[in-house]
Write a protein that binds this ligand. Sequence first.
Ligand code: SAH
Length: 462
Amino acid sequence: MKPTPPLKKNDDIRLAITAFSALGTGVGRHGGFTVFVDGAVPGDLIDAHIIKLKPTYAVAIVKRIVTPSPDRIVSDCPAAARCGGCSFRALSYDAELRYKKQKVQDALCRIGGLDIPVEEILTTGETARYRNKAQYPLSLGADGKTNIGFYAKKSHRVIDCRDCALQPAAFEKLLGVIARWAAEYGVTIYNEETHKGLLRHIYLRKGFATGETMVCLVATKPALPHTDALITDLLAADGSVCSVILNVNPDKTNVVLGQTCITLFGKDTIEDALCGLRFSISPLSFYQVNPKATELLYGKAAEFAALTGDETVLDLYCGAGTIGLSMAHRAKEIIGVEVIPAAIENAKANAARNGIGNARFLCADAAEAAKQLEAEGLSPDVVILDPPRKGCDESVLAAVAKMAPKRVVYVSCDPATLARDCKRFAALGYKAEKAVAVDLFPRTVHVESVVLITRAGVEATE
Ligand code: SAH
């Protein structure tokens, strides 16, 4: 028989918060029973009100903080309580860094069964205005006002927040211009439920090193009214706007961007600089959102790759080619693989733009490409893996292991799938040696990490 939970819905309890969950929620134990509390911080003693009861856990809200955690700080964001973006606005940055390093260590240990050293977490120390990209959903409020901002936690309700503390301050002005233009010319706001309306998202991206700004409007139709007026106003508001794009997304989907981009003004791409190289980036191409911290990440990836100039490097999930190209001067050859055609076009142009002649790029699914390259007899010395959150397909790991590289450098934005894949690699004769967390996303629950994985019998620092 299942034990009866020692709690009921609507109970009020005193609770000591002892940990964060993987999603950044405070966790406490009541009579051995787990209670999750949004907004609570380890070290807090709180009065909690139970709002949900499940067989193995409860969910509560903070009624009162009895004794605040020494790691607590006063949130400096007026939207923090409503917005689902930042989990750590009320936590000191030191404590956030400790938590993130531990999160990587715990995932590697619990999911990966690995007891390997996790080096000191890397950070630029900058926790504000570090993002170079924002995708703002829009919605029409019941009062007829257009909300532009972010989704509330665990919902698709848009809260109006035009000056996010993580984004460049200049973005707010651009949102204002677009909102005024939409109101003046009757550009309708998309409604997710009815699938009616034109304007879905506003997507802004800035090259911090160049100052260039891209404005991308995501709409359900391939044409917008009075874009001349919009462009004039955008340029008047911010002279750094050098690209205005219409992205067409007619589908009933949560995916923000559609496949078609129409350039309304200026260039199809913007430029940025990273690790001493120049990169052109299309709206559909992935590009890390925190460029300064990305240099720390790529620096660590290069250190783990330990290239001497003689190596063939396979860069799977290469995006616009950034990681491989940043290592090209220390390799014999770089081969990049990426599934998004626009990103591969960027990668090729980026190699040319930087005078890099020893890099080639394939537009393909990583699993297909890895199998094919393996069948063709490619034997890279080093493989870089940088998959999306869901991690690598098992067939990618199998094909990589068959190619028998000495080292695999696995870059990941999700410690759980990273740990799972390290475990799968272990069964293929590849051993995770060391790891490091890099804080690419201060104030949010997300953390990037890199693991060095070596073939059995190969010295980590060979
Ligand atoms: N290494 C790049 C991009 C990492 S993000 C950088 O540092 O910027 C992950 C990339 O994997 C994205 O560009 C995404 O388009 C690509 N991707 C996702 N699924 C893929 C697949 N099945 N095969 C190849 N690439 C894929």
